[in-house]
Design a protein around this ligand. Structure first.
Ligand code: CAA
Ligand code: NAP
Length: 246
């Protein structure tokens, strides 16, 4: 039976590209959407027209009970998750001076707590079955910091601390845990940045002089999910057009 991949927040942006790539490689692919997302069905129909029969479940990744319930339903209706891609995330960019506790909490819950919430219900099963892949989508801004992102940079850096610790615990059990740190990719998250900020402050910092493409990140996810990446664990792989080299 084909491996089952779960991609959080797959209806658009990086997540959609990951769903399409994994499906093209023969995985059974499931994604999640925010419970308030009214366009989920529309997306499923559009994907079906392109030849992709995805399943999708509502899940607030920031909420532990919602995540547990989502995984329980997937396991009952489809089967155990072999590949988990923790992709869902948000930004609430503003200088620290303007940042309220709610802006901090929203970003920490959605980008970092979500990694615990989604990984906890699937990890033991992966270990018992002796095979699993956990792939966390962090950011170049978790590696280098970014003006206006003290919340986001903290959450994304935290993801990689989690990756390294869990990777140690499951290394002998056939389960790998890795972080991908994309640079600026042309999705709606980046398009929310004011054009003048993008043009004057961000693009000039990218040696390749362009935004990345979601498909480029999806290719890296596919590599980490594959059997041939079995010796890669606890890594933080940069994909950023040369913007940050560490
Ligand atoms: N570097 C240095 N100074 C900067 C700056 C930067 N990148 N951006 C703004 N400033 C300066 C301005 O020049 C201005 O200076 P003066 O007061 O001396 O004129 C000052 O900061 C403005 O401060 P404000 O608090 O008034 O800022 P603002 O409310 O106008 O905007 C901001 C602040 C919302 C953070 C805006 O700068 C911004 O959107 N920056 C981009 C943040 C960013 O890169 N986000 C990434 C989103 S995509 C993503 O997150 C994906 C990923 O993982 C890569
Ligand atoms: P995007 O287009 O804004 O997509 C974000 C996804 O996250 C959406 O599918 C959204 O689902 C989901 N999501 C948000 N909050 C959620 C919640 N509480 N519960 C469940 N799902 C939730 O952003 P993107 O650019 O594709 O980003 C995907 C990931 O890559 C994020 O983690 C982001 O931080 C990271 N990243 C992006 C870039 C970039 O330049 N674009 C660079 C580095 C890292 P709904 O639409 O259903 O709400």
């Amino acid at each position: 039976m084909a491996r089952l991949a779960l991609v959080t927040g797959g209806m658009g942006g990086l997540g959609e590209a990951v769903c399409i790539k994994l499906a093209a490689l023969g995985y059974r692919v499931i994604t999640t959407y925010s419970p308030g997302n009214t366009k989920a069905n529309e997306w499923l129909v559009a994907m079906d027209r392109q030849g992709y029969q995805f399943r999708a479940y509502p899940c607030d990744v920031a909420d532990y009970e919602s995540a547990r319930e989502c995984i329980r339903t997937i396991e009952t209706e489809i089967g155990p998750v072999d590949v988990l891609v923790n992709n869902a995330g948000i930004t609430r960019d503003m200088t620290f001076k303007k940042m309220e506790k709610t802006d901090w909490d929203a970003v920490m819950h959605t980008n970092l707590d979500s990694v615990f919430n989604m990984t906890k219900p699937v990890c033991d099963g992966m270990v018992e079955r002796g095979w699993g892949r956990i792939i966390n989508i962090s950011s170049v801004n978790g590696q280098k910091g970014a003006f206006g992102q003290s919340n986001y940079a903290a959450a994304k850096a935290g993801m990689h601390g989690f990756t390294k610790a869990l990777a140690l615990e499951v290394a002998r059990k056939g389960v790998t845990v890795n972080t991908i740190s994309p640079g600026y990719i042309g999705t709606k998250m980046v398009m929310a940045i004011a054009q003048d900020v993008l043009d004057s402050k961000i693009i000039p910092q990218i040696p390749m002089g362009r935004l990345g493409k979601p498909e480029e990140v999806a290719g890296l996810v596919a590599y980490l999910a594959a059997d041939e990446a079995a010796f890669v664990t606890g890594a933080n792989i940069a994909i950023n057009g040369g913007q940050h080299m560490s």
